[in-house]
Design a protein. Structure first.
Length: 96
């Protein structure tokens, strides 16, 4: 399993637009191969936002992330104060 972490900075006044982008990203993500789930994160001062998604494979994470990026990048550019950062991690599940 793989996790994809996207983070960006914005202004607290843009939270409604950020939430609309999150809703759009979720709609797209859930249609992608290997998608497991996604959570959206917001810093306490509402100046940093992000998403944490889980995928069955690295290939699924990369392909799904690219599809989402293509469809939300214009809206994200309008609210982000700098380009987002994206990292992909392998997920370790402890042995029972």
């Amino acid at each position: 399993m793989y996790a994809r972490l996207l983070q960006f900075s914005s202004d607290a006044s843009k939270r409604p637009e950020v939430e609309a982008i999150a809703d759009m990203a979720y709609t797209i993500a859930r249609q992608q191969k290997g998608f497991i789930g996604i959570h959206f994160i917001i810093s306490p001062d509402e100046s940093r936002y992000g998403s944490f998604s889980l995928w069955e494979s690295r290939e699924d994470a990369d392909a799904g992330g690219e599809t989402i990026r293509e469809q939300v990048s214009e809206a994200l550019q309008a609210v982000a104060s700098a380009p987002p950062t994206v990292e992909t991690f392998e997920v370790y599940k402890p042995r029972s």
